[in-house]
Design a protein around this ligand. Structure first.
Ligand code: PGA
Length: 259
């Protein structure tokens, strides 16, 4: 059910704007969304032919052909499954030998030249990170090199074989970069995310929970399963508000109608 909702939001964007610019995320959470969109593409229901994309982040120190790279993930899980033009897909990759500190400003320019991000898909880390903006990241940060926290390395170690090289650095969009997206769709599932989700929605705005910066964004949709929603104190109110909003949208049009 949930993946159908997520996919519908992406499809609605493409209906309004076939040349939409997406911000994509990696990790376990968005895989269901990508699979659903790939199915919808195979069924002829959605096309990314004119769309473009910018991923949130990429590891430093491994090349795109390494199966652990986020480029490889995106090709495997999504780009190769739909009709997006490979030339229009971007990750903040640092070619070997190049100064990684130069990649961020260049990536920011590319996003700006593409007209900015229309819809940014986000997951959330156990520690409240978005992209690889770890706790204590500046809330006005831009695309740059980040050192991953031990907790993030531990969470992601499940994806690496024993003895396999696990990068400790990444290049990530900053929090200000993410905040410039016109719309944001944040996905979270499972009880391991419940504390971070509560910090995102109901906690103070603080660099110690980078996702809490999204409270200052005008158009964020947060889609959760029951487990990820378990620590929300205002849960009943959100359900009530969702019902009211749905009724309004049924009468007056969908998610994007106000643009
Ligand atoms: P996950 O990662 O989807 O694999 O849980 C989310 C994140 O770390 O941002």
């Amino acid at each position: 059910m949930q993946k159908a909702v997520e996919a519908a939001l992406v499809e609605a964007m493409l209906r309004v704007k076939p040349r939409a610019v997406f911000g994509f995320a990696t990790g376990s959470t968005p895989i269901a969304l990508y699979r659903r969109l790939a199915e919808r593409h195979r069924a002829g229901k959605v096309s990314f032919r004119d769309a473009a994309s910018f991923n949130l982040d990429e590891y430093l120190g491994i090349t795109p052909d390494n199966p652990q790279s986020y480029r490889a993930y995106m090709q495997r899980e999504f780009f190769d499954q739909v009709d997006i033009d490979p030339a229009n897909t971007h990750l903040p990759e640092c070619p070997p030998g190049e100064d990684p500190q130069r990649i961020g400003p260049r990536y920011e320019t590319m996003i700006r030249d593409a007209g900015g991000i229309d819809l940014q898909v986000l997951g959330i880390g156990h520690n409240g990170h978005i992209g690889f903006n770890e706790p204590s990241s500046s809330l006005v940060s831009r695309t740059r090199v980040k050192t991953l926290t031990p907790r993030t390395l531990e969470a992601n170690s499940r994806l690496f074989e024993d003895g396999e090289y696990q990068p400790r650095l990444a290049i990530t969009m900053g929090i200000a970069t993410i905040m410039e997206a016109r719309r944001i769709l944040l996905l979270a599932t499972g009880d391991a995310k419940a504390t971070a989700v509560a910090g995102l929605v109901e906690g103070p705005v603080t660099a110690m929970c980078p996702a809490s910066a999204l409270q200052l964004h005008e158009r964020v949709t947060v889609l959760l399963d029951e487990a990820a929603a378990a620590q929300l104190r205002y849960r009943e109110y959100y359900d009530l508000a969702n019902r009211e909003n749905r009724a309004l949208k049924d009468r007056f049009g969908d998610f994007y109608a106000a643009d």
